[in-house]
Structures are given as structure tokens and as C-alpha cells.
Design a protein around this ligand. Structure first.
Ligand code: ZN
Length: 281
């Protein structure tokens, strides 16, 4: 879960560009009349997202508006996503906005798509809103599916509006088993209120991040086993601990809440692992 700068593209400009090549005069006229409510929806979204209250956004299209959900969603799927569609440059700009193409939702896999933070199926007015479009990997996008938040606690973490990178919250536990198992979990930093803690836990569980991180951690352990053995032969468990602490510090300087930081800190803190556990892989 990594934060990204809020996109500064103008919603009216995006919408006007996307519908610029609609040929059907009736559809063009009805879509053109939606420009104002789309801009209003975008503004409301920006306001409530800043206080983590996206559950306050009403789904659907207001009564009296002569447009269907499907017609609005198609502005995204037919006029912003296809390679030669008029809105594609905006799509490309957002999808390439994350460092190293890393998915901000899991912090691990590669970005391949845009995720609608509030799903377009329920919030069609936000289909092309840049602040609702998050670069994401396919797995995170699929896992989030069409979830609609009904309370503040049910709003998953938003990379543009929630910066949770300052505090340490991702922790890991070494299970002294054969093979060694690593359990990842969310710890409650004292700076957070209970609602933010619940939101991060929900995010962690919806995206099944423990399974993702534990599987990569198991592979990492096998990769470093020989290095740990060399350390042990030279300086015993203290040398193993020092090696792991250095690795944790180096990773923490890059991402305090990466699975790698959590893993190395947990390994260094485990006397059992530094003494003998690293042999149990
Ligand atoms: Zn992801």
C-alpha cells in the first residue's frame, strides 16, 4: 500500500475529449448534458475522499437524468481504454504514474490495469474520474471487484488520499516450524485512530496480502540460507542477527512497510531463527 500524488487532470477536459467522437446525435446530446453532474460528482468525491468518507457517495445516476449506467460506463470502456480512443492519452498518463510500475495496492506486483476505487458498475458518474482511477495489478483489481463501502470502516485504502507510509504497521511473525513459516499482519500504530486501523486491516484481508507476502518470503528465505550459514560459521547467531538487522534497515529506508522490511525485522528479532531456525527451510 503505497501513496501516489493526486492526478491533476481536469475532469471536464477528459470527459469532453472522451465523448468528442460520439456519432449518434441523440447519444451525443444526452452525454453532453451530463458534463455538469460528472464534474460535480468528481468534486464531491475529492471532498469526501480527503476525510476517508467515500461511503457517503451515492451510487447510480440521479433521477431525471436521461442517461443509463451502461452508457456512462461505456464512455470509459469504449472511449478511454481502447488504444486509439480519444481518451486513451489520459488512461496512459494515469497507468504510468506509479514508480517502477509497482502496484500501489499490494506494493509488490506490476501495474497492468486501472482499478475503479469506487466500482464503475455502481458509480457510473465516476467512470472516468481520474481521482477514482488507480493504477493496479490485475489480482488486486479482481480482488476488489465491485465492493461498495457502506461505512467509514469499509472504505479501503486510497493511494491518492491515504498516506500510511509514515508509521510502521506491517509486521511479520516467525513461526518456529519446519519449514519455517512467516505470518504477516497489520499492527495498530499509536498515531492511528481505530477507523484507519480497521480500514487497513480490511484492505489487507480483501487483497489477501498475507498469502502474497508469505509466499515470497518463503522463497526469499531459501535464497539467503547459504549467506546465513556463512555468517553463522564466522560469528555464530550474533553474526546472523547483525546481517539480518542490516538487511532490515536497508529495506526500511526504501519502504518502511514492504514485506521485505517486515520479514527481515522479524527474522532478526527471532533468537530461535538466528540460532538454528535458518536451517529449517
Ligand atoms: Zn496489486
Amino acid at each position: 500500500m503505497r501513496s501516489l500524488p493526486i492526478p491533476d487532470e481536469d475532469i471536464t477536459e477528459i470527459y469532453t475529449t472522451c465523448i468528442s467522437k460520439v456519432r449518434n446525435p441523440d447519444l451525443k446530446q444526452r452525454l453532453s448534458q451530463c458534463g455538469d453532474i460528472i464534474e460535480e460528482a468528481n468534486t464531491e468525491y475529492d471532498t469526501v475522499a480527503r476525510s476517508g468518507e467515500l461511503h457517503l457517495i451515492e451510487s447510480g445516476v440521479p433521477e431525471g437524468i436521461d442517461i443509463t449506467n451502461e452508457e456512462l460506463v461505456k464512455v470509459y470502456t469504449s472511449r478511454m481504454v481502447p488504444k486509439k480512443s480519444p481518451g486513451r492519452p489520459y488512461y496512459d498518463k494515469i497507468i504510468t504514474s506509479t514508480p517502477h510500475s509497482r502496484c500501489p495496492l499490494c506494493g509488490h506486483r506490476t501495474v497492468t490495469t486501472l482499478d475503479h476505487h469506487l466500482p464503475k458498475a455502481h458509480y457510473p458518474l465516476l467512470s472516468i474520474s481520474p481521482i477514482n482511477l488507480i493504477p493496479a495489478c490485475k489480482d488486486c483489481n479482481t480482488a476488489k471487484d465491485d465492493i461498495e463501502p457502506n461505512s467509514k470502516q469499509e472504505v479501503t485504502i486510497h493511494p491518492y488520499y491515504d498516506n500510511i507510509e509514515k508509521e510502521r504497521w506491517l509486521k511479520a511473525l516467525v513461526i518456529d516450524s519446519k519449514p519455517v513459516a512467516i505470518l504477516f499482519f497489520v499492527e495498530h500504530p499509536k498515531e492511528w485512530d481505530d477507523i484507519l486501523f480497521e480500514r487497513v486491516k480490511l484492505h489487507f484481508s480483501v487483497l489477501d496480502l498475507n498469502t502474497l507476502y508469505a509466499s515470497h518470503a518463503a522463497e526469499e528465505l531459501v535464497n539467503i540460507q547459504f549467506s546465513l550459514l556463512l555468517q553463522y560459521e564466522v560469528g555464530g547467531s550474533n553474526a546472523v542477527k547483525d546481517f539480518l538487522e542490516d538487511a532490515a534497515e536497508s529495506r526500511q529506508m526504501v519502504h518502511p512497510n514492504s514485506w521485505q522490511t517486515a520479514l527481515y525485522q522479524a527474522l532478526a528479532a527471532s533468537d530461535w531463527f538466528c540460532n538454528e531456525g535458518f536451517n529449517e527451510l
